[in-house]
Unconditional design. Structure first.
Length: 151
């Protein structure tokens, strides 16, 4: 999506504290920056930092080679603030670690608010199974960049 069209992702966006959201963000030009183990761990650290700062509670996430899926319960900030902090801090950490790709992330992100009747564990399993569907591994046990509160 071009920068000129990225505003379309924000249209109608509403941030509700206590609500569950599925967030997805991709690297710039879908470069597989997180195929590198250390780069992926830098991103994992930033996801966990968002929890520690009480911006959200992470329920499940997976860091794929060129994107991140993140199931959260939103806490004290808006979705925009959460994603801006995550992307900014992870970009700085990656650049500090020697990643020369500029920029790291595509503009914008996708979000989907979960309905109360949706099966949250089903959504979490869907997120965690991404590396299997992408044929990166045959079992999630062999993929190091994921977590879920139920496991």
């Amino acid at each position: 999506m071009s920068l000129a069209q990225s505003f379309l992702l924000r249209r109608g966006r509403f941030s509700e504290p206590g609500r569950l959201y599925l967030l997805t963000t991709a690297t710039h030009q879908r470069k597989p920056l997180f195929s590198n183990f250390q780069n992926a761990r830098q991103v994992v650290h930033q996801l966990r930092l968002s929890d520690q700062e009480q911006d959200c509670q992470s329920l499940a996430w997976v860091v794929m080679p060129d994107h991140v899926h993140w199931l959260i319960e939103l806490k004290s900030v808006t979705l925009g603030t959460l994603m801006r902090r995550f992307k900014s801090r992870s970009s700085r950490a990656l650049h500090k670690a020697g990643v020369r790709h500029e920029p790291i992330w595509q503009p914008g992100y996708q979000d989907r608010a979960l309905r109360k009747e949706e099966n949250i564990r089903y959504v979490a399993r869907y997120i965690v199974a991404n590396p299997i569907r992408a044929r990166l591994v045959t079992s999630i046990r062999f993929y190091p960049h994921w977590d879920a509160v139920w496991l």
